[in-house]
Design a protein around this ligand. Sequence first.
Ligand code: PMP
Length: 427
Amino acid sequence: MSSIVEKIYFDYAATTPIDPEVKKAMELYLEDKFGNPSSTHSLGQEARVAVDKARETVADFLGCNFIEVYFTSGATEANNLAIKGVINKFQVSSFSEAVPPLAGRYGAGKFQVHIITNEIEHKSVLKPVESLEKSGLVEAIYLPVDKNGAVDINNLKNKIKENTALISAMYVNNETGVIQPIGEIGKIIKEWKTENRSKLGIQYPLFHIDAVQAAGYLPLNIRDLGCDLLSLSAHKIGGPKGIGVLFVKDGTPIAPLIEGGGQEFGLRSGTENVVGIVGLGKAVEIIRHPSFNFQFPIFNKITNPKSQIQNITSLRDYFEENLLKNIKNTSVNGGGAPRAPHISNILFKGAEAETLLIALDEAGIMASSGSACQAKAIEPSYVLLATGLSKKETMSSVRFSFGKFTTQEEIDRVLKILPEMIEKLRK
Ligand code: PMP
């Protein structure tokens, strides 16, 4: 445990440390209160009350109803459920009969519907869309992004078709932190609906937001956002891994992906992950009402009494200003666009990111690159490539991401060692 005190964790966008208050809340349900919420005896009912309380907290946070909050195994599942669940609903026969023109047009008893998403979504959105395309159920278009990495919504209204079932967009990109124009997308969908008639029904196209990286930083009232579906993940906000939420607006046509005992109002069967749900509820409670000056035992530090968001924003700005000042040929990917405060994606021209990450790790500093290790080959980040960066530039980019427990001292330590590291790497 002592070695971790020396470590600097700058990878909050990958996952956050568990908040000690969250851990405490979860412990009770790991040990004493271990009941199954479906059991009718008192132990079971205690677990049911805890699950209901967490659902109420999330509903309050999102400004939605209790019955619109569905717990999933994380945002990957929530995104899969939002996309495949909405599309699979078209295969349910009663629904299909309600829209015969499509059956005639596309034949074989299958409907081909249309999805609009974009090039920089998380893989948990892109992959399900791709597999639906492969199965022939869906025709998809991927909106491009501008040079800052914001989705280009020019002409979006003209791209919506009579059979567009779903438009899926992320709120904040996980690699660059760039805030996406989801408010505008919501408005365009609303306008389209008043001016056109969907062949699928008045609710379509549905609007899904992956809000994983926005939670805790940006307003998340779903009525203001005007969405039908929204995904969240606990482990990006101080909660545990393996638990997430899909908000589904009441009355939205959606089919379950996991069937069984009918938990989660029939949309997601399986005995509830009570410990995870309690942790998620607590994490949401904390980001709504952050307790300041909190002592974080593992990292042995005290959070800044200023507003946490303000604090993280000023630390990020200080980091970037000094970095650009002290290291030549360095720039901020997405720096020209509004960004969430916790992500800083830096291009160190001529320095190899993977080698830099190893050197940083040896110095006790944990950051990440957007590139993913796939089939043992390091792939360039598709997100950065979409913004127009060259393959070489994407492979020279490193993501530093900050959080509640980030301090000025940590930033200073990294700022101090980086110039020499980069100089060596550029030789
Ligand atoms: N969407 C975004 C934008 C993310 O950053 C992540 C996590 N990297 C996910 C979805 C998937 O979340 P989870 O880890 O809960 O499956």
